[in-house]
Design a protein around this ligand. Sequence first.
Ligand SMILES: Cc1cc2nc3c(=O)[nH]c(=O)nc-3n(C[C@H](O)[C@H](O)[C@H](O)COP(=O)(O)O)c2cc1C
Length: 352
Amino acid sequence: MPVSDDREHDRIDVASPFESKMIRTRLTERFGIRHPIVCAPMGLVTGGALAAAVSRAGGLGIVGGGYAGTLGGEPDLETELAQAKSGKFGVGFITWALERAPQMLTMALKHSPFCVFLSFGDPRPFAAEIREAGAVLICQVQLMSQIDVALQAGAAAVVVQGTEAGGHGANRSTFPFVPEAADYLKQRSPGTLLIAAGGVADGRGLAAALMLGADGVVVGTRLWASAEALTPKAHTDKAIGKSGDATIRTKVLDALRGAPWPREYSFRILKNKLTDKWSDREAEAFAAFGTLSEKYAQARGQNDLDMVAVICGEAVGLLRDRPTAESIVKSMATQAADLLRNGATLKFTSQV
Ligand SMILES: Cc1cc2nc3c(=O)[nH]c(=O)nc-3n(C[C@H](O)[C@H](O)[C@H](O)COP(=O)(O)O)c2cc1C
């Protein structure tokens, strides 16, 4: 995708009342979407129906290709991609897992996705194939030091993921990470888009991310609890009403179930009996690598949530319901537009 000139003065434009509730950013303009909201490619969660619903609502839906079929128990990616195809859509993969099944990228590209979203590993070996297929590359990073690798791969957008995020990630926090990355990109590659991920679940989060220098947001946890998500009902029933305090970032679960995640990544999930028992026994869990793999697969089949991970981020504390993706995207965009136009100022002055 051609990268246009940076127009720093014009990064965010809350449109006039005649086009009310619209926020235009470099992301909406370059990607041709109405709202600067991207649905995270959540493995086993963002199927074709959710991706399509987000795109219909004016965001960008990205089907979760997850472990590229290497984990077992994942939905058939071709079927999900076929469902997403009614509008603009993308596909995402866990990069280290894609290295084990690169044919899954070739297969996905045959469906002509608008973008490919890669996270957790080196995207460079896949960049040429993605570019030649005419898709845009989006790279999610967890550390400043990974941004250069994303730029070398030719990423049109870099997603900086804060530790608040649900699922796998690392230790940086969204609030300082986004502006640090914004300053860095302004120097190094001003044409590259910056997207914030981690903890954004409503219009306040979207407005804040834009103020921090992002061109848009990636939303996981809020859309994990949407009507169209593949998330089992038992998982959202357990999570809704919980505080963000109820989540934990841990490596023990991947160790015990034998998922070969690189050591720098941990998993944010709801605390349960398994994490209560093991969370401060990391070395022991790695020594017992994979010993719970069979039991874990069984527990997954039985939805035994004392053992199986309910995967959500700190933003779980902002969930009250499981509405449609359309209502999530639209209310997030509307609330952010209101706040950016005047709400934040009014609230501040009224309290003085
Ligand atoms: C249930 C769930 C599954 C996820 N699976 C993936 C995945 O397969 N690949 C990926 O790149 N990111 C995955 N993520 C992380 C998202 O890409 C994103 O960074 C995160 O959801 C943003 O933070 P939030 O959950 O606070 O919105 C997942 C997140 C959740 C909540």
